[in-house]
Ligand binder design. Structure first.
Ligand code: FES
Length: 105
C-alpha cells in the first residue's frame, strides 16, 4: 500500500532569502525553495536536463534559470519555459505554518 503523504518542516520562513532561491537539504534530498511575489514554492534543486544545481541559477519573479545551459522553469508548476528544458521539474506542494515552510512528501 502506498504511504500517505504528510507535511514536513523544511526551513524557517525567516531564513529564506527574500525574493530569491534558498537551498535546503532534507534527508539527502536537495531542494530549492523560492520566495516569490505570490508565495513560497519548492522544487528539486537538481535540473532535470543535466543535473545542475538550480540554487546557483538566476531567479526572477516566478522563473528559475538553470546555471548550466540556461533552461528555465516556472516554479509555480514546474513547467519548462525556455529550452533546452523540455520536461516539467519536480515540484512539491508547499505551505507556511507557524513560521515554517512545509512540503508534502
Ligand atoms: Fe539545466 Fe541543462 S542542466 S538546462
Amino acid at each position: 500500500m502506498a504511504r500517505e503523504k504528510t507535511w514536513h518542516n523544511i526551513i524557517a520562513v525567516d531564513l529564506l532569502e527574500a525574493g530569491w532561491v534558498t537551498r535546503v537539504d532534507l534527508g539527502g534530498r536537495k531542494l530549492a525553495v523560492y520566495d516569490t511575489p505570490s508565495g513560497v514554492y519548492t522544487s528539486s534543486a537538481l535540473c532535470n536536463h543535466g543535473g545542475a544545481d538550480m540554487c546557483d541559477g538566476y531567479f526572477d519573479g516566478h522563473v528559475i534559470e538553470c546555471p548550466l545551459h540556461q533552461g528555465a522553469f516556472d516554479v509555480r508548476d514546474g513547467k519548462p519555459v525556455s529550452p533546452p528544458a523540455t520536461r516539467p521539474m519536480m515540484t512539491f506542494e508547499t505551505r507556511i505554518k507557524e513560521g515554517m515552510v512545509q512540503i508534502k512528501t
